[in-house]
Design a protein around this ligand. Structure first.
Ligand code: IMP
Ligand code: MG
Length: 194
């Protein structure tokens, strides 16, 4: 008899797992189908907001067989805070020409909405043929600007989450699933002492 698959171990810094890697994989596949239904077989340009959207972008684009181009934008991060403060800033901008191109903007999570709004405005100034947005996670409860994404992986509660690209102070991006970080770990240097 084949051995039963052991449940994935909970990372000690997580209070709970919100999404397992299997759930994410399944949703990424169905999101790709939703995207494909809109773009057909045509070419489009993916703009990924790094670092957070790295894993999501790489998994999602491999589920899409359209001809795609990839570029990245880096926006200022939280540092060691769990709430966004002030106005986000673009630290590294595009290198590809996106005028008259169909553009899909990808981010890890839509929180207050300030980051995606800022990047949308920047991209629109470059006169793309179309612009759509895709986020893996949506924390609707925290929205501060009037903005919804065109494609959403999962709606999640107002909790600080890490894993699958999402970080706290640059840590936990490499967790396979997504979980809620324990409150005592949500302070600068909490992990330095173990
Ligand atoms: P917004 O500008 O408030 O929508 O914030 C979006 C950015 O904040 C995302 O791209 C994430 O990098 C980060 N962020 C928001 N919520 C979380 C979270 O729960 N965990 C990790 N990063 C988050
Ligand atoms: Mg981010």
């Amino acid at each position: 008899m084949p051995a039963k698959k052991k449940p994935a171990k909970l990372h000690p810094d997580l209070a709970e797992v919100l999404l397992t890697d299997t759930q994410i994989k399944r949703r990424v596949k169905s999101l790709a189908r939703e995207i494909k239904a809109v773009y057909g077989d045509g070419e489009f340009t993916i703009i990924s907001l790094i670092n957070g959207a790295v894993m999501f972008t790489s998994d999602l684009m491999r589920e899409i067989d359209n001809p795609v181009r990839l570029d990245c934008i880096r926006v200022s991060s939280y540092g060691t805070k769990t709430k966004s403060i002030g106005t986000p800033q673009i630290i590294h901008s595009l290198t590809l020409d996106i005028a008259r191109r169909h553009v899909l903007l990808i981010d890890d999570i839509l929180d207050t909405g300030k980051t995606l709004k800022l990047v949308k405005e920047l991209v629109l100034k470059l006169k793309p043929a179309s612009l759509r947005t895709c986020v893996l996670l949506d924390k609707k409860a925290r929205r501060e600007v009037d903005l919804e994404a065109d494609f959403v992986g999962f709606e999640i509660p107002d909790k600080f989450v890490v894993g699958y690209g999402l970080d706290f102070a640059e840590r936990y991006r490499n967790l396979r699933g997504i979980g809620v970080l324990k409150p005592e770990k949500q302070v600068a240097g909490a992990w330095a002492t173990g």
